[in-house]
Design a protein around this ligand. Structure first.
Ligand SMILES: Cc1cc2nc3c(=O)[nH]c(=O)nc-3n(C[C@H](O)[C@H](O)[C@H](O)COP(=O)(O)OP(=O)(O)OC[C@H]3O[C@@H](n4cnc5c(N)ncnc54)[C@H](O)[C@@H]3O)c2cc1C
Length: 484
């Protein structure tokens, strides 16, 4: 019997564990280790963060799903990897720390034959002084953060209804953030809600971003086919904001957040201050801080993880200038080069480099969008890694399965107003995610599959996706027919 341990029960880990269970059969054990007892459909935190949904609508308790599926669940946080075992045994193991209240902090070891690291990001609020819901700004990255954001937003709506004016700043809380799409989605939904509550005239709404141009989204922007025209995402995004009277600040690195005041630097090196009544600023991401040890107990974290804490996989990590970046630098199999029975899926793998051109301010501060880490590639890498591991466990001799972000497309539906009749969403597809200027010399992408539209239909697609992906996550009948 083999044991496959999956660290993390987010989009990538839950997908990997579900397929492993399906493909391995009962003779082998699939175990998931995750610190929270629930699965969170993170894209809908945007709606939770404006009071449009309840927490129970965006989370699912994992225990009953896994019990029914035959997946062992351990509620704990992985802290150490020992891929060589230890002196008297070569069996690899992970050290985990319980997060269950009755045994909080208790450490134990879990041996594995194959390991999937799908621990996602550490929400690195600490990178910016005063950033985050425990300090001076709001977030929608977790259900708790989103609930607190909704409370703050609705409190301000009440104040505006009494005649006060308020300023909302939404965006990225550091010069090295990704996930601009989520910030964009929150700002346009927030603006929609201000209108719905009848207080739009009392509010100023600002989008503050580390992107060089609006619409960069960490993928170096894109040219999209739209109504028979080719439009840069820059124009597309700019017009969505302009139509809603949301003004924007680009090329910004937030250095500090004080109660009611943001301090930021822009690429030209100038320093600025911006007051606010509510600021929803996303944090930069890093790896979750797993440490690795060799057989002798010596730390060897740098052998497995990149300096940003994400796991090295089969990418080309050689440092090279932007002009020399190639599509083939991006990983395909997500296998650790150091330990072939260890894989990373979703946000946990280290990208070889950003996709957008890096920029450094005259003060030496890097200010640019880092590589996007969206749901579709996260789930796809979870499935691909599961397939490769299942082959190995079952003795099927074939090459590892692959899914490079330079060969994968992605679809993203960004809600821009949640209402069944008046709502809209911006639907975008890109192919491939990482531009390939050798295959597509003109635009870096295939414009047959790189498209964008905004309209009411998009809103309905977003609602359908919410229910469809939660159905899939529950592992209900036919779940595997629903694509990632
Ligand atoms: C507000 C917001 C909105 C978004 N909207 C969209 C969208 O509309 N479309 C889209 O495509 N993408 C969206 N994304 C991105 C999407 O959420 C991510 O791509 C996806 O969640 C990544 O999956 P993951 O499994 O790698 O990480 P996660 O989903 O973050 O899962 C990580 C898992 O690892 C667990 N974990 C953490 N540390 C440890 C540890 N030490 N040991 C064990 N387990 C651990 C976590 O508890 C969690 O279960 C959004 C992101 C945000 C923040």
């Amino acid at each position: 019997m083999s044991r496959v341990v999956v660290l993390g029960a987010g989009v990538a880990g839950h997908t990997a564990a579900s397929y492993l269970r399906k493909w391995l059969g009962k003779a082998h054990e699939v175990m998931v280790v995750a610190p929270k007892p629930y699965y969170n459909w993170i894209p809908s935190n945007i709606w939770l963060g404006l009071g449009l949904m309840e927490e129970r609508e965006v989370v699912l308790p994992l225990e009953p799903i896994y019990r029914r599926a035959g997946i062992r669940f351990v509620q704990a946080r992985a802290v150490e990897l020992h891929p060589e075992g230890e002196a008297d045994s070569s069996a690899p193991f992970v050290v985990v720390e319980s997060t269950r209240s009755e045994e909080l902090g208790n450490r134990s070891r879990i041996q594995y034959d194959y390991l999937v690291n799908a621990t996602g990001p550490k929400l690195n609020f600490g990178a910016t002084e005063g950033l985050g819901p425990e300090k001076n700004s709001a977030s929608v990255c977790t259900p708790d953060h989103a609930k607190a954001a909704a409370k703050q937003f609705l409190g301000l709506v009440e104040r505006m209804q009494r005649g006060e004016r308020c300023r909302f700043v939404v965006g990225t809380g550091h010069g090295q953030c990704t996930c601009q799409g989520a910030a964009f989605e929150y700002v346009v939904n927030l603006e929609f809600e201000l209108r719905r509550h009848g207080v739009r005239d009392k509010a100023e709404v600002i989008f503050l971003t580390n992107e060089y141009e609006l619409g960069d989204f960490g993928m170096d922007g894109a040219f999209i086919r739209r109504n028979g025209y080719i439009t840069p995402t820059n124009i597309f995004t700019e017009s969505v904001l302009a139509e809603r009277d949301i003004w924007s600040i680009t090329r910004a690195h937030v250095k500090k957040v004080e109660p009611g005041k943001i301090f930021y630097e822009t690429l030209d090196g100038t320093e600025h201050e911006l007051t606010f009544d509510m600021a929803m600023l996303l944090p930069p991401f890093s790896g979750v801080g797993l440490k690795a040890y060799d057989r002798a107990g010596q730390e060897m974290t740098a052998k497995i993880f990149a300096p940003n804490g994400f796991m090295r996989v089969d990418a080309d990590y050689a440092q090279k200038p932007y002009e020399e970046w190639k599509a083939k630098d991006w990983p395909k199999t997500y296998q650790s080069p150091a330990y072939p029975n260890v894989f990373a899926a979703g946000i946990a793998f280290a990208p070889p480099h950003p996709i957008s051109r890096p920029h450094v301010s005259v003060r030496g501060t890097p200010i640019f969008a880092t590589a996007p880490r969206t749901g579709m590639p996260s789930a796809t890498t979870g499935r691909v890694v599961a397939r490769s591991i299942a082959d190995k466990v079952l003795g099927i001799q074939r090459p590892l399965h692959g899914a490079s972000m330079a060969e994968l497309g992605a679809a993203c539906v960004a809600s821009s107003g949640a209402s069944p009749l008046k709502g809209t969403a911006a639907s975008m597809t890109v192919f491939p995610i990482v531009p390939d200027h050798e295959r597509y010399p003109k635009y870096g992408r295939d414009l047959r599959y790189t498209t964008g539209e905004i309209g009411l239909a998009g809103h309905w697609i977003k609602v359908i996706l919410h229910y469809m992906f939660l159905y899939k996550a529950r592992l209900r009948f036919g779940w595997s027919l629903i694509p990632e």
